[in-house]
Every structure is written in C-alpha cells, then in structure tokens.
Ligand binder design. Sequence first.
Ligand SMILES: Cc1ncc(COP(=O)(O)O)c(C=O)c1O
Length: 454
Amino acid sequence: MADLPLNSSSDASHQSSTEHPSLEHFWMPFTANRQFKANPRLLTKAEGMYYTDIDGNKVLDATAGLWCCNAGHGRKEISEAVSKQIKEMDYAPSFQMGHPIAFELAERLVELSPEGLNKVFFTNSGSESVDTALKMALCYHRANGQASRTRFIGREMGYHGVGFGGISVGGLSNNRKAFSGQLLQGVDHLPHTLDIQNAAFTRGLSHFGAEKAEVLEQLVTLHGAENIAAVIVEPMSGSAGVILPPQGYLKRLREITKKHGILLIFDEVITAFGRVGAAFASQRWGVIPDIITTAKAINNGAIPMGAVFVQDFIHDTCMQGSNELIEFFHGYTYSGHPVAAAAALATLSIYENEQLFERSFELERYFEDAVHSLKGLPNVIDIRNTGLVAGIQFSPNAQGAGKRGYGVFEHCFRHGTLVRATGDIIAMSPPLIVDKREIDQMVNSLSDAINAVG
Ligand SMILES: Cc1ncc(COP(=O)(O)O)c(C=O)c1O
C-alpha cells in the first residue's frame, strides 16, 4: 500500500476516486499526529469485514473499527432505520420531554441485560457512561442516607475513557500524568491482573491471581467501608491490551463489595454486545454487578451512543430519596437521541436474527487455536484470548517501548489487515460475523508482520 503525500489530490498516479484532503486542521485523538500526517492511513468505505482505503485497497477489519462494529460494516438494516428515523423526526429533547423510540430501546436493552439491571440511562459515549455511573453511585448513597460514601476504587491499567472521572479511576499513566493536578480526590487503585510470569499463553482465564481481589479488603480497612462509594473495573481490560480476569477474581470482588455495601460497576464499553461470547461479560463469567456501562457496539458504532444499566434498587432509592423535583441532576442533550436509538434497535435485531453473540462463543475455540499458533514467533512473550478477542504481546525492542507493536500494526495495515496496537501488544477483535477463512487471513497477516518486523 503506497504512502500518501500530503495534499496529494493532484497526484494522477493514485487510483483513488476520492480527493486527498488537507490534513492540517483536524487535531486527531489518541494519535501520533505528526507521524500520521507524514504517512497517513485514510479509510473511505466499509462493507462486511472490509474497509477500503483512499487508494482503493481492501483492508480486512480485525478490530471491528474500534471495538464497535460487531455486526460488520455497511449493514443496510441500520442505514435504512437511520434514514427513516431522521426523516420522521431528526431530534427531540429528553429533558422534560420524551420520544417513544428511546423508551422502546431501553425496554429491548433490558431484555439482554443481566438480572436486576432493569433501568437504562442513555449517554453518547463510553466516557460519558463512566461519568454517569460514578455520579449515580454518589447519588444512590446520598439518597440512601450514606452521604459519606464518596471514595472510588479503580484498578491499575484500567481504561474508563477520558472524562476527569474516567481518568481518575483509570490506571493508564499516560492518560493521567498530564492532568494529575486535577484528578478526582479520594480514589485508590487495585493492582492489575496481568501476570506474564505465571500465566503467559493461557487460553481463556488463568488460575493465577484471584487473590489480587483481596487488596480491596485492605482498602476497606484503610478507609472504612462507610467512606467508599464504588469499585469500577472492566471485567476484561481491552484498551490496556486484553487483560483477562483470573478465575474467581470477579466473583471475589462481588463478594467483598456486597459485604461492605460498596457498589460494583463493570465497565463493559468493550465487552458488552457479544465480544466475549455472551451479551455481557457479566453473564459470561457469572458475576452480576450493580451498574454496567456500555457504548460502542450498542448500535454497531453507527451513531455515537452509550447506555448505563442500573439495578432497580439504585434507581428506586434515587427516586425515593430525593426531595427535588428532578431526582438526578445529570443528562446530555443527546441522551436517547432518536436516530441513534433507531440505529441501536436495528443493530439489536441483527444480533438476534444472526445469533451473533452465540457465534462469538462458538468461534472462540477456532480463534483461540489460530492466535495461539503465533506462539514461538520472534519476541512473542504472551498470547491471551476469550470470545472473539485476543492480545499478542511482544518484548520491547531496543528503540523503546511500543516501537515493535507499532511496527507490527503498520506492517499489517500496509499489507491489508487492520489490527490495533497498544504499546507492544496487538489486539484483535473482529466483527462477530467473521468466518474461519478470515480468521486465518488475519493471523497469517500478523504472522508475516511479526516475522518481518523481527
Ligand atoms: C472500557 C472502556 N471504557 C470507556 C471507554 C471510553 O469510551 P469512549 O471513547 O466512547 O468515550 C472505552 C473506550 O475504548 C473503554 O474501552
């Protein structure tokens, strides 16, 4: 795949029908802007399992966009639902007004959610879902007569988006350190559960590390349960490079939080809607939290949308415990946006009709065998997987941390496969419509890249 010169719309040698835009004005998120703009990767179309880049090259999507497009790309059912809704009613507020489609979506969503999580609050992103969940936890304890419960406990290497709440409970130092003077007060972190020394190349959940949940008891002793509002963790950390919970770990967090009246929040922005072989990771691993945050695959990434699922008792306490007319002073202009809701309803129908959550579970073993075939290639120090997600970790090269991972990502892209690099870890999370041939293609592409990059 050719490198693109900047502003190259006059370059007649390109096969592209799309003009190359000026790259000057868009300050790109979580991107090495200077490097990207010198050597851009521009996608212009998407259909099924493939993107097409600006030069007309096909790129196999091994990342479902950014963990979003679980039903694959270009789904007519979704675009038709969006088009119909935008013609019928483009926008309507959800503050002191309502529209049927948002209520209909909430009802459809709770048919999928774990038992007891029967209330849904709409947001526009994972970051907003996390901030909403943290605020709900505070609202609940206050309404429950325990206003001293204000502390949060996150986890090292956790990613909870980029709001000040999310980076405070999150545990990725690059996302925190530039803002460290203004993070939320009263936040502690549990240890992360990555354990390459004992658990490298484990298929599925490891036997090592459930005891790391016991640190929560120490934090309770240190601060007093009466001061702790909630624990927030991703059941499986995606952004930090696919870090799985050890067997029994989530169950233990649940037991300790319940014992001390602390709310347990699962951030399922990546894992919800089929990624780990069930609608929610909570169901896959049999642990039901008090609040679940979601976004991304809720509507296949078509229109920004997120949703927070809440246990009835939290909602009911907030309703009953408030003296104000408005019980929860929180919300977004676009909460329950009708067009995003239409996209979500169409997406949920695809998931159901095509049994994509079941498919994710059924393909797990094939995917697992395929990714674990990379064991033994140069510098591969760990491979982790569950459902249709895998992380392949490399030792850093002499140029510094992350350089080898970036090299593999770049090689894959230039040879027609989109994977995701987080430092020296490559993550793969294909759309759930992926077939065995495409899994082989992804893994071959990765194998070639690992050998080439060395
Ligand atoms: C677990 C988790 N929480 C929150 C977020 C933030 O979502 P968004 O980028 O939609 O704000 C992400 C994004 O990847 C995530 O993986």
